[in-house]
Design a protein around this ligand. Structure first.
Ligand code: SF4
Length: 473
């Protein structure tokens, strides 16, 4: 996965555990497993029942935490967060979990996703006297909880969550409990697990594997789970709406060893590759995948087409993060540092290069170049998802439509821009059917908005893309 050098980034990953003496350490391990969902900041807030204690910083999980620091905030309950900082949301104040202290009880929130009515809610709250410290949507939830007229924390939280629109997979921590909630469309993944008597939640099941927790079930859209010393109770803050899980979780973001609603991500990607080979037949000598997220689809393509799979591209794993800067020049340099072609594999060969998506097209063009410079005689690019033509308002940093190569060009024009010998995208139906979700009462169970322009929620006139927040501050 080349998250650092392409304009397609997951916003966050969340983790939470309640009822374990080593909750803080286990959260640290859980965040390690979720590192691919955000590398710009990480945080943990824990409780031993007396207070909420934060530890957070900018950078990777291994840079932010040390065993000594973790030991200082040991507790039986903890929530954690990894984040990808968008242009308008960088800075330590935006690193989560956000912690709010008050004489009537503290709370901390980890949130994955973006609200589409955050600007409206913020305006409303500001008119009532709220002052915001961050540019994060998450702070809105804390203000709504504190301002709610209900008596108990549970009712306040449910009332506040019912006012949010958009994507939110949340874990909330107080001194007495951990609360888990997922938006009514279930736009982001969120799973529930158990580790002995402790309850665990995470954006992806790979975080359960690393701590030895057992998967129990997915959190349902509109659900509100309350975990206390007495166990776990499931309630609702909203009725579920049509299921619309982010398709890019299967295609690109999630780790191949994670399962989303019972579907293994690697297996789904492999099926996408098989389907691609059914939709397009190309004469070639080798199939290769862009590491890491496209390898599963490349294996599927190879199996179906009978063209051997080869490691034509290698990821340079130990490139310093600080070298990867979001400027055009440094991105150019970045792709050379991140990927190397295997000359002996591609030299003199007709290569099918499988990738999961094309955003601006610049990365694809550079990879095609790398393969050609290494001696590939033809490079055929096949993409295991349809063209991305529309921005995402739900927490994925997909550029504005003007920056998306597919929104301004035909497939043939795109082929020319990236310098490939052919370019093929997977069909929407082929993608949805081969991911293989079955969501009763739902059209397909997926959000397909970046492909089709049909957004599963209302999009408010003042909804802003995450990376445009700077402009409206
Ligand atoms: S618009 Fe695309 S990236 Fe955003 S949630 Fe929907 S499927 Fe995912």
């Amino acid at each position: 996965m080349l998250a650092e050098i392409r304009s397609l980034n997951e916003e966050c990953g969340v983790f939470g555990i309640w009822g374990h003496p080593n909750a803080t350490q286990l959260t640290y391990y859980g965040l390690h497993a979720l590192q691919h969902r955000g590398q710009e900041g990480a945080g943990i807030v824990s409780t031993d029942g007396d207070a909420l204690r934060p530890l957070k910083g900018e950078g990777m999980v291994s840079e932010v935490f040390t065993p000594e620091k973790i030991e200082k905030i040991a507790g039986h309950g903890a929530i954690g967060h990894v984040r990808y900082a968008t242009a308008g949301g960088s800075g330590i104040e935006n690193v989560q979990p956000l912690l709010f202290n008050s004489t009537t009880g503290s709370l901390a929130i980890s949130h994955n996703g973006n609200l589409v009515n955050a600007t409206q809610l913020k305006g409303h709250l500001e008119r009532q006297g709220s002052i915001f410290q961050t540019t994060s949507d998450t702070e809105v939830l804390a203000h709504l909880i504190k301002r709610s007229g209900y008596a108990s924390f549970e009712e306040k939280a449910k009332n506040a969550l019912s006012l949010l629109k958009g994507a939110f997979a949340c874990v909330i921590l107080t001194e007495e409990a951990m609360y888990i909630a997922l938006d009514p469309n279930g736009l982001r993944p969120l799973s529930l697990g158990k580790l002995g008597d402790a309850w665990v939640t995470a954006s992806e099941t790979c975080a359960f594997d690393i701590v030895g927790a057992e998967f129990v079930r997915s959190v349902e859209p509109g659900e509100f789970l309350i975990v206390t010393k007495d166990g776990m109770r499931a309630e609702r803050f909203a009725y579920p709406e049509e299921r619309a899980i982010c398709t890019m979780e299967y295609v690109y973001f999630s780790r191949p060893d994670s399962d989303i609603d019972g579907i293994n991500v690697h297996t789904a990607r492999k099926r996408l590759g098989v389907q691609l080979a059914k939709e397009v037949q190309i004469e070639a000598d080798v199939v290769t995948g862009v590491p890491d997220s496209s390898i599963s689809a490349a294996i599927g393509y190879s199996e179906q087409s009978g063209i051997p799979y080869e490691l034509g591209l290698i990821k340079n794993r130990y490139v310093g993060r600080t070298f990867i800067q979001p400027s055009q020049d440094l991105r150019e340099q970045g792709v050379k540092m991140k990927l190397s072609p295997v000359r002996q594999v591609v030299k003199g060969k007709r290569v099918i290069m499988v990738d999961d998506s094309i955003v601006r097209g610049t990365t694809s063009r550079r990879i095609v170049n790398l393969l050609k410079e290494a001696g590939a005689t033809e490079v055929h690019v096949v993409i295991s998802s349809p063209p991305i033509k529309n921005p995402c308002f739900y927490g994925i940093d997909i550029s504005t439509a003007g920056e998306l190569i597919a929104s301004n060009n035909t497939v043939e024009e795109m082929r020319e821009i990236i310098g490939a010998d052919s370019l093929t995208f997977l069909s929407v139906d082929g993608m949805v059917q081969n991911i293989g979700r079955t969501d009763p009462g739902s059209k397909c169970g997926h959000c397909l908005a970046c492909f089709t322009g049909e957004y599963p929620t209302n999009i408010y006139p003042d909804t802003v893309l995450p990376h445009e927040k700077e402009k409206v501050k």
